[in-house]
Design a protein around this ligand. Structure first.
Ligand SMILES: *[C@@H]1O[C@H](CO)[C@@H](O)[C@H](O)[C@H]1NC(C)=O
Ligand SMILES: *[C@@H]1O[C@H](CO)[C@@H](O)[C@H](O)[C@H]1NC(C)=O
Ligand SMILES: *[C@@H]1O[C@H](CO)[C@@H](O)[C@H](O)[C@H]1NC(C)=O
Ligand SMILES: *[C@@H]1O[C@H](CO)[C@@H](O)[C@H](O)[C@H]1NC(C)=O
Ligand SMILES: *[C@@H]1O[C@H](CO)[C@@H](O)[C@H](O)[C@H]1NC(C)=O
Ligand SMILES: *[C@@H]1O[C@H](CO)[C@@H](O)[C@H](O)[C@H]1NC(C)=O
Ligand SMILES: *[C@@H]1O[C@H](CO)[C@@H](O)[C@H](O)[C@H]1NC(C)=O
Ligand SMILES: *[C@@H]1O[C@H](CO)[C@@H](O)[C@H](O)[C@H]1NC(C)=O
Length: 651
């Protein structure tokens, strides 16, 4: 062979070997019990962050803080219902721009552990499943139910091809992909479903990517949650017996890396239960033990963020989670550094090199002060304006799903069929008010029905009086066997022993009406008769405030509190901040990110107060403060939620 040809071949061989060596890879090493990244042993120290709970403008700040804590990975959930609000209508823009989020993570130097569901739990409405799956009344979610599978196939057929270029081996940040979520805690135990998902993920993502499952650290969970071909990992919080927990993983995976996919830095809250707090010392100690055995770990949450709008989930027996998802995490709801952040960073620094340079500071907060509010209209008065789709009539009540509405409020209207001169029980004998109903008769607020808590109130009134029942969806159950959580009046209301009939139902487009500035423009105001002091009709209140001149760097983040208000929903400049319920607690303030505030126009605050505003003879106010309060005393403490630090307690 002529020397020149030999040299060329040698050169080509060298080049191809080099390009092979340079091509990124990520895999499991069963011999050395670790992951391999580009052929080298790799251990991740990761943190959970949910882009759906953080305004896009703050993604970079939060990711950078995570990187500066010494993390080399993040773990994210993809909430299906956040991206496909109605069948086939996808949204991946603005705050929903998942690809932009992935690019930011990669630019900062974090790899990504992707958890695309389809079910995610996450204390998110219906565990991320779109409510429209309930269009089939008896659908068995998270199973081989053909209608459920058809919807999953369509969604994953859109999502996974979009994710494929972001896989590590394709030059992106995604190192591993989780299939389903704690499936072993669900009652169906349908291996065919898990097998179907595995094939689906493989067909879209290829054979190379590491697919895994996560389950509680017990054999009973791993039994239905793990599957051949999916790497089994476990989750457990501080204080757990680490040896026993990883023994459970070893039972499913005799070899390969140890992984705790959810190490709880804090815990979730429920309205009416004490704010959850987990000490930094305990978190640091357990984290150190996990790292010392060489395990991989994901801190759940590293930053919790906020359930803006109506996105909070609930647990069963029905208890809804509040707007804040602070989680007592190392970064607060507002992305601020805490003592726990530095305690964790110290632990990590014993195992990994912490990046040099300053940690980005907490964002400044500003107390804009009190804002005077004035009453605009009751919901009943505004119903024509709020009901974009118009009234629907039926003998017996229909659910939100029947009415093609996912979130918010529906007004159910009928009349008293008989004279009720004596107090007469108006009841939901089958506990079918999902979740809270604000009842008025003849234009006067008479009481509140509440799922699991108040099934009967007394009413009086003459035959023919208008009965208005405003039903609030407080968030769908996200965990356990009750996730088929229909909303509205899901069973009949009875007056005495007789079911009420002849309903007119109004789907309310409150968010749209507020952002289009329709409230207060039409319909009458101020027709409300004097109210009993304790309870008033659900009504809208508005106020506005101007960001002061001459102070540099405004607008800044702030918190809103509603002293002496009771329960409702708040919008600022049409952005739905979430629910407030200081009368129950523990959350008192709502996080207001600066990006929704304006310096060029007055900022408009709209409050829907459902029970009773403090507006009487004296003007009433809401207040912007620079300090969050998430831990006020609660007013209906249930012992059930006293000390919830393991998922089993939620069953
Ligand atoms: C998509 O989501 C973004 C971010 O929340 C929102 O601003 C936009 O209006 C949504 N688009 C549609 C068509 O709903
Ligand atoms: C932790 O679990 C291991 C394995 O099950 C057991 O041997 C050990 O005694 C446990 N430690 C404690 C403190 O309970
Ligand atoms: C209800 O009571 C009024 C008097 O208060 C009476 O005129 C009317 O006939 C009664 N209606 C029915 C349906 O009993
Ligand atoms: C309704 O009124 C009856 C008679 O006054 C009373 O016995 C009962 O306790 C009341 N029920 C409720 C739920 O207030
Ligand atoms: C409501 O009551 C009517 C009449 O008794 C009955 O036909 C209907 O099935 C009930 N609806 C529900 C949801 O229970
Ligand atoms: C709230 O109510 C209490 C008791 O009525 C009153 O003392 C206090 O001034 C009120 N606070 C505000 C901000 O209105
Ligand atoms: C608040 O409402 C007023 C009156 O509708 C409007 O002129 C103004 O632009 C709104 N402010 C913002 C920030 O949207
Ligand atoms: C709430 O938390 C703050 C800050 O950690 C603390 O000072 C305060 O005592 C707590 N309040 C309650 C009622 O636990």
């Amino acid at each position: 062979m002529p020397l020149i040809r030999f040299t060329i071949i040698l050169l080509l061989l060298l080049l191809s070997a080099q390009s092979l060596g340079a091509s990124p890879s990520f895999s499991l090493d069963y011999e050395n019990d670790c992951f391999l990244k580009d052929g080298q042993p790799f251990r991740y120290i990761s943190g959970s962050i949910h882009y759906s709970r953080i305004p896009r403008v703050y993604w970079k700040d939060r990711l950078l803080k995570m990187y500066m804590a010494g993390l080399n990975a993040i773990q994210i959930y993809i909430p299906w219902n956040y991206h496909e609000a109605f069948p086939g209508q996808y949204n991946f823009t603005g705050d929903r721009d998942l690809e932009y989020f992935l690019k930011l993570a990669q630019d900062i130097g974090l790899v990504v552990i992707l958890r695309p569901g389809p079910y995610i739990c996450a204390e998110w409405d219906m565990g991320g499943l779109p409510a429209w799956l309930l269009n089939k009344k008896n659908v068995v979610l998270r199973s081989s139910d053909p209608d459920y599978i058809a919807a999953v196939d369509k969604w994953m057929g859109t999502l996974l091809p979009m994710m494929k270029p972001y896989l590590y081996q394709n030059g992106g940040p995604i190192i591993t992909v989780q299939v389903e979520n704690e499936y072993g805690s669900y009652f169906t135990c349908d291996y065919n479903y898990m097998r179907h998902l595995t094939q689906l993920f493989r067909s879209h993502l290829g054979d190379e990517v590491v697919l895994f499952t996560t389950d509680g650290a017990g054999l009973n969970f791993l039994k239905c949650g793990s599957l051949q071909g999916l790497y089994a990992t476990v989750d457990f919080g501080p204080g757990a017996n680490i040896t026993a927990a990883f023994d459970a993983q070893r039972h499913a995976e005799p070899n390969g890396p140890l992984v705790n996919s959810e190490f709880y830095t804090g815990w979730l809250d429920h309205w009416g239960s004490r704010h959850s707090v987990v000490s930094s010392a305990l978190v640091a100690k357990s984290l150190s033990q996990i790292l010392s055995v060489g395990a991989n770990v994901n801190l759940y949450m590293f930053i919790g963020g906020t359930n803006f709008g109506y996105w909070n989930g609930a647990n069963s027996p029905y208890g809804a989670q509040p707007t804040s998802y602070d989680y007592d995490a190392p970064l607060t709801e507002a992305g601020d550094l805490t003592e726990k952040y530095f305690a964790i960073r110290d632990v990590i620094s014993m195992y990994n090199k912490i990046p040099e340079g300053p940690v980005p500071p907490s964002t400044p907060k500003f107390a804009y002060g009190a804002v005077k509010m004035k009453k605009l209209q009751t919901v009943s008065d505004a119903v024509e304006t709020l009901s974009f789709s118009g009234p629907v009539k039926s003998p017996y009540p229909q659910t939100f799903i029947d009415l093609n509405q996912a979130f918010g409020f529906v007004l159910y209207r009928t009349t008293l069929p008989v004279n009720c001169s004596e107090p007469t029980p108006l009841s939901s004998p089958l506990n079918g008010v999902h979740d809270r109903a604000y009842v008025s008769v003849g234009g006067s607020a008479v009481g509140i029905l509440e799922r699991n808590k108040v099934l009967t109130i007394n009413v009086t009134g003459t035959a023919g009086s208008q009965v208005d029942v405003l039903v609030e969806n407080m968030g769908r159950i996200n965990y356990g066997r009750d996730i088929n959580d229909f909303k509205g009046l899901v069973t009949n209301l009875t007056l005495g022993a007789v079911p009420l009939s002849g309903w007119t139902m109004y789907s309310l487009s409150i968010d749209e009406a507020i952002s289009q500035g329709l409230l207060g423009r039409s319909g009458h105001t101020g027709t409300e008769p004097p109210q009993p002091a304790a309870l008033s009709l659900p009504a809208f209140y508005v106020g506005s405030f101007i960001i002061p001149d001459g102070i540099p760097d405004l607008p800044q983040d702030t918190y809103i509190k509603l002293p002496n208000w009771t329960k409702g929903q708040i919008w600022i400049n049409g952005f739905n901040l979430g629910r407030y319920w200081p009368a129950r607690g523990p959350q008192v303030t709502l996080f207001v990110p600066a990006n929704i505030l304006s310096t060029s126009a007055p900022n408009n605050v709209t409050v829907l107060e459902l029970e009773g505003a403090p507006c009487g003879s004296q003007p009433c106010t809401v207040e912007f403060t620079d300090t969050p309060i998430l831990n006020a005393t609660v007013h209906s403490e249930s012992s059930r939620h006293r000390r919830l630090l393991v998922k089993e307690d939620l069953l």
